[in-house]
Design a protein around this ligand. Structure first.
Ligand code: 5RP
Length: 222
């Protein structure tokens, strides 16, 4: 059986969790392995208080007996471990492939440290190949999508089968196909300026460490 590189990276990140920490739990198939490992450590006696970034992560953590609180109960965290859809050499990320970008950004931005966990396919030179998820309010979504299109990408409203995809917050996601994002900070500013945009999946200046699992079974720490 081949190495599970997502598991490799995620389990390494859990080594950074210390007794008494407040920890943000990411979302997705890589964060899944971090939550699973954290569950093991909690069973062995590790004391942590956690905030989940999605219903799926919350359910997983609850099933493993990981202590969970609402974000409002603690307000800030020591460490968040989360995946990414793309990351570049400056630790700029595209997130939101799993639709949880809003809660992920609130939690990560309020953490002293965010560790990104990913397999090597996520590490890129330039962001943009992965369509950038943008969470938008349902009201006047047609107008918001038209405004997004003016930024040079091709927005596509995310679907879930026949229905429009709804985030945990009751919003839509427009996946914006840019191919190449020449300046992530400039694009972030332009996105934030559009009324109707709740949040976008560019994480800039938030991640402090990346743990990349390689197909040969090694790990890179950036
Ligand atoms: C969810 C996310 C995920 O972290 C991102 O999509 C990566 O997921 P995976 O680890 O399954 O590849 O941003 O909103």
């Amino acid at each position: 059986m081949g190495v599970n590189v997502k598991q490799l990276a995620a389990e390494k990140a859990v080594e950074y969790v210390m007794d008494g920490m407040k920890v943000g739990l990411g979302t997705g198939s890589t964060a899944y392995w971090a939550i699973a490992k954290l569950g093991e450590r909690v069973r062995e006696g590790l004391q942590v208080t956690c905030v989940a970034t999605s219903r799926a992560s919350e359910e997983q953590a609850r099933g493993l007996g990981i202590p969970l609180v609402g974000f409002g109960e603690i307000g800030s965290l020591d460490l968040t471990i989360d995946g990414a859809d793309e990351l570049d050499g400056k630790l700029q990320l595209i997130k939101g492939g799993g639709g949880a970008l809003l809660r992920e950004k609130i939690v990560a931005a309020n953490s002293t440290r965010m560790i990104v966990v990913a397999d090597e396919s996520k590490a890129v030179h330039t962001l943009g190949k992965f369509p950038l998820p943008v969470e938008i309010v349902p009201f006047a979504w047609e107008w918001t999508v038209a405004e997004l299109a003016k930024l040079g990408g091709v927005p596509q409203l995310r679907r879930s089968g026949e229905e429009l995809y709804l985030t945990d917050n009751g919003n839509y996601i427009a996946d914006c196909h840019f191919e190449v994002i020449t300046s992530a900070p400039e694009l972030a500013l332009a996105l934030q300026a559009i009324p109707g945009v709740v949040e976008h999946g560019l994480f800039i200046g938030i991640a402090s460490l990346a743990i990349i699992g390689r197909n040969d079974g090694t790990i890179d720490i950036l």
